[in-house]
Design a protein around this ligand. Structure first.
Ligand code: CTP
Ligand code: MG
Length: 382
């Protein structure tokens, strides 16, 4: 990595992903949690490769080798096995680094929002002063408590939240780890115990560690909504299909495909959430291939388009606007059919129906309309 003083120093990053992520309650290692289409660990790894680290070592547990390991290598990291505690994982990772390493940045894979600025700041501090511990001033009032009683209230201006990366001169941190045994909260603690003086560098409030299920919502920054609306004319001699379900009625909807207005609204809402052009662009109504085509098949295709972008619908909410016929008894089947085609659980599809009290084209029975909203986001690994 090239430093401010113009010197190239061999800089390695250790990205720790060998934990279990138990407190998230995900049931799998949180390092694999998908954020904006990529596992959390990949965001963390790329932050260091982008910042110019000469080597990124991703520390994993053997159990995660064929999931996390594959993603990590693909993102440009080398792999090493961690241990039973964070301290042990760091110790093993340090042993995997080459002797000519000059600066090492130790980072929790669970902090995927780290920026290049924070990384470079920490590295520069380590090169200049021996260490650079990313930290931010504490915003909460901190209390020292024993048996439920507050014993003291340390001055806020003295308190910082330590984050990662924690950067060190390689020789000093390996020496520190060689001299202490036991389990510690972070690397600054190990470094200090060995007699060195850790120093802070500018962290970032957004550089949050994903720890509990509440933090996962933070991680889901890829959530987006989409809206879709459609209306078709009711005519004689056509079947009425809504949400992929045949509805016995004297009229049906007119259109190039089966004119399933509800499914069209759902498709447009999904495409809208994915930032894609609407169905008119994807299934042109002058294309003979779509003449009489089942809209449910088209919906499966739309779900595939989202999947290719590592997106999925998380919730679909729609309303049909029709004066007649009564639709309530068909709605459970519409939900099932749409859920299957859109590849979401039935519990994540909600469909309502309403009239417009005799007003407008729908009220006069000349047309049926539908409106849909979709919440979409990363297609998470389950
Ligand atoms: N870590 C590690 N090896 C361990 C334990 C933790 O590499 N034996 C890593 C985690 O993967 C994480 C970081 O250290 O990126 C910070 O630890 P923490 O937030 O506690 O993560 P987990 O240990 O995975 O989560 P939990 O404690 O909830 O199980
Ligand atoms: Mg832990």
């Amino acid at each position: 990595m090239r430093y401010r003083d113009g010197t190239d120093r061999r800089t390695a990053a250790i990205v720790l992903c060998a934990g279990k992520g138990e407190r998230t309650g995900l049931g799998y290692n949180k390092a694999l949690y998908m954020i904006d289409g990529e596992p959390m660990a990949v965001h963390s790894i790329k932050a260091f490769t982008d910042a110019g680290a000469d080597k990124v070592l991703c520390v994993i547990s053997p159990a995660d080798e064929y999931a996390l390991g594959v993603y990590a290598e693909d993102a440009g990291a080398e792999l090493c096995y961690g241990g039973g505690t964070r301290t042990e994982s760091v110790r093993r990772a340090l042993a995997c680094l080459d002797d000519d390493t000059e600066i090492v940045l130790i980072h929790d894979g669970a902090r995927p929002f780290v920026t290049e600025e924070v990384i470079r700041g920490a590295a520069e501090n380590a090169a200049e002063n021996g260490s650079g511990i990313a930290a931010v001033p504490t915003t909460d009032a901190i209390k020292v408590v024993a048996g439920g009683k507050i014993l003291s209230s340390p001055r806020k201006s003295d308190l910082y939240n330590a984050q990662t990366p924690q950067a060190f001169r390689f020789k000093e941190i390996t020496d520190a780890y060689a001299r202490v045994s036991g389990d510690y909260g972070d690397d600054a603690e190990v470094y200090a115990l060995a007699g060195y003086t850790p120093r802070i560098t500018v962290g970032d409030y957004a550089n949050k560690k994903i720890t509990t299920s509440a933090d996962l919502i933070l991680g889901a920054d890829g959530l987006r909504t989409g809206v879709g609306y459609d209306v078709h004319r009711l005519v004689e001699d056509r079947d009425l299909i809504l949400g992929g379900v045949y509805i016995p009625y004297e009229k049906g909807l007119l259109g190039h495909s089966d004119a399933d207005v509800l499914t069209h609204a759902v498709m447009d809402a999904m495409l809208s959430a994915a930032g894609l052009p609407d169905i008119g662009n994807i299934f042109p109504d002058n294309d003979p291939e779509y003449k009489g085509c089942s809209s449910i098949l088209m919906l499966s295709h739309v779900a595939k388009l989202l999947k290719e972008r590592r997106l999925a619908a998380h919730y679909i909410s729609a309303v049909i606007v029709a004066e007649k016929p009564k639709l309530a008894k068909f709605i459970p089947r519409m939900r099932e059919t749409i859920a299957r085609a859109a590849n979401v659980p039935v519990s994540s599809v909600n469909i309502g129906a309403t009239t417009t009290e005799g007003m407008g084209v729908t009220g006069e029975g000349k047309a049926i309309a539908a409106e849909a909203y979709v919440l979409a986001g990363s297609s998470r690994m389950r």
